[in-house]
Every structure is written in C-alpha cells, then in structure tokens.
Design a protein around this ligand. Structure first.
Ligand SMILES: NC(=O)c1ccc[n+]([C@@H]2O[C@H](COP(=O)([O-])OP(=O)(O)OC[C@H]3O[C@@H](n4cnc5c(N)ncnc54)[C@H](OP(=O)(O)O)[C@@H]3O)[C@@H](O)[C@H]2O)c1
Length: 289
C-alpha cells in the first residue's frame, strides 16, 4: 500500500482527505496541534506534529517513506515543502497542491499575490510531478466560513444588507467534490504538471445565492441593497469603535464576478461538480443547515 502525507490534516479540507483516503493509502497526518482532531477512528494513520511549516527538518521526517504529498494547507508552503523533500531525499512521486481561484482577482490583494508567486515557484522549481487544484469558495460542512456561516446569520435576521445590487457572479464548490478530485488526481500521470480550477456546476449571482440559502432555511429574509460607498463609511465608523464586520477588500471582491470556466476540469476528471441547489439539499440532508 502506498503512503501519502497530508499537510494541514487537521484543516477542513485536510481532515476530509484523511477520512476519504485512509481506506486506500497509509496516511501521514501532518498537524500543528495534535489535539484539534481525533484520528483514532481511521486505519493506516500516523500523526506527526510539525509546529510550523518552516520547520523543514521536522517536516522532512514526517514525509519519510511517503510516495505522495497533499498540501491541504496553503500553497505558499511550496518552498518549505521542496526543502523538506530535498533534505529527506525521499522518492516522492507526486505532490498535490491546494491553490485558489482567488489568484484571478483584479483587485490588489497581498494574499492573492502570495498565491500567484507560489504557483510560479512550483512551475519554476519543482522537478517532482505536481498538480495544482484551485477551488473557488468551499462550502458544505458545518464549520465552513462561507455558506454555513451565512445560514447562521440569516436564521437570526429578517433583514440582510447586500453590497451593491448583488448581481455579481459566484460559483462555490461543495467540499466532497473537491475531495473527490484529489482522490482522482493522486498518482495519475494524466494530471502531472498541470493545474485545474474547480467550482460548482454553474455560476449564480450573490443575491440568488443568499435567496437560495434563506429559502432552504424556510426563512423569509428581506435583502436590502446598500451602495458600496455607504458601506465604506459604515466600516470607517465601526473602526472608530474597533469593530470590524467586513473588510474593504471583501467589499471590493463582492463587486467582482468570481465565476470560473470548469470545462478543463470536467473533461480531465470525468465528473461535473454539483450545482449549488444540490449542495444545499445535501447540507439539509446531513443536518448541516
Ligand atoms: N475555504 C475556502 O473557501 C477556500 C477557498 C479557496 C481555496 N482554499 C484553500 O484551501 C486550503 C485549505 O482550506 P481550508 O478551508 O481547509 O482551511 P483550514 O481549515 O484553515 O486549513 C488550513 C490548514 O493549514 C494548516 N496551517 C496553517 N498555517 C500553518 C503553518 N504555518 N504551518 C503548518 N500548518 C499550517 C492549518 O493548521 P491548524 O489546523 O493547526 O490551523 C490547517 O490544518 C487552503 O490552501 C486555502 O487557501 C480555501
């Protein structure tokens, strides 16, 4: 049986990868905090504590005897991971990176810039076959900071503000579809040295998304369109009281289309990620909403 190291195994994506892949591979779970998740229910698991990705000597030990690495942490870990692979001299056959479609934003963003630089670093420096999977906004579990968080807010309020008209497009991806993509790509040469965008089946507007979530909660919510300029003033006023509900960058991102062409993904992976409606149905069925 092959052995796969999962960096960020205690994270949302990482932990689901452990759940999914531990029946197929030996797994090295690489975590900062060994108490955050309980891995004892799974077979073929070894847990390695690496306090920070920059501790490359520890990371090198944790990937010993592994055939592949999945980075479910941040893509800007690429340089440290390569250092660890070089220290270890291990025969890693494949490295899967989690990127983000956030790199396509036109809005100045330090995090998007770091991710773009990391992708370039991988292309320029990795001799080992790599695959970059770039999800859009991930949802579908109770701790997601996106749809689950939104649903908790909508449950509590009869009125909800929209930045601008809410007509910009968004295309969130269900977490199980993302995890499936990793399973398909792992050790398959077809995916080597390539990158793929993954998103939900089709884009919807922000306003539609909010309505779909409130409908699935059987909750009547009135959405009020507020001009972005007015929201900027509210942010400034709240900042005087050291309160922050949303950042300027988030406001700008809300006014940008975030839809993604997924045909390259669909052709290569042989499945189309589920629609937002189907994702919400699944969340209801599994009592996440
Ligand atoms: N969530 C989204 O909507 C979204 C959208 C697009 C792309 N992504 C990408 O998907 C990936 C996973 O996202 P997620 O939602 O699963 O996030 P997450 O739960 O925060 O997972 C990130 C993981 O990285 C680990 N980590 C963070 N900093 C570290 C460091 N300095 N050293 C070692 N480990 C470190 C965290 O450890 P701890 O568990 O100890 O905190 C965690 O396990 C990220 O690359 C993110 O950019 C996410």
């Amino acid at each position: 049986m092959k052995t796969v190291a999962i960096i960020g195994a205690s994270g949302h994506v990482g932990f689901r990868l452990v759940q999914k892949l531990s029946s197929i591979y030996n797994i090295h779970c690489i975590v900062r905090d060994t108490d955050k998740r309980d891995f004892s229910d799974f077979n073929n698991i070894q847990v390695f504590k690496v306090d920070d990705i920059s501790y490359t000597l520890e990371l090198a030990k944790a990937i010993n005897n592994c055939h592949a690495i999945i980075n479910a942490g941040y893509i800007w870990f690429a340089e440290e991971i390569l250092q660890a692979v070089n220290i270890n001299k291990s025969s890693i056959e494949h490295i899967l990176f989690t990127g983000s479609t956030g790199i396509f934003t036109k809005i100045p963003s330090s995090s998007a810039e770091l991710k773009r630089e990391a992708e370039q670093y991988i292309v320029d420096n990795y001799q080992i076959p790599f695959t970059i999977i770039r999800p859009t906004m991930i949802y579908g579990h109770k701790n997601d900071q996106n749809i689950s968080k939104l649903s908790r807010t909508l449950k509590k309020t009869p009125l909800f503000p929209l930045v601008g008209s809410g007509d910009k497009l968004i295309q969130p991806v269900f977490i199980d579809d993302l995890v499936n993509a990793y399973e398909i790509a792992l050790f398959d040469e077809k995916f080597y040295n390539n990158s793929y965008n993954i998103a939900g089946a089709e884009p919807i507007s922000n306003k539609e998304l909010f309505k779909k979530v409130s409908n699935s909660l059987d909750k009547k919510v009135i959405f009020i369109s507020i001009h972005p300029y007015v929201i900027s003033i509210i942010i400034k006023l709240l900042a005087l009281f050291k309160l922050k509900i949303i950042s300027y960058e988030q406001i700008k991102r809300f006014q940008e289309n975030k839809n993604i062409d997924i045909e390259k993904f669909v052709q290569a992976f042989g499945f189309r990620p589920r629609s937002f409606d189907d994702g919400l149905k699944q969340m209801k069925k599994s009592h996440v909403l």
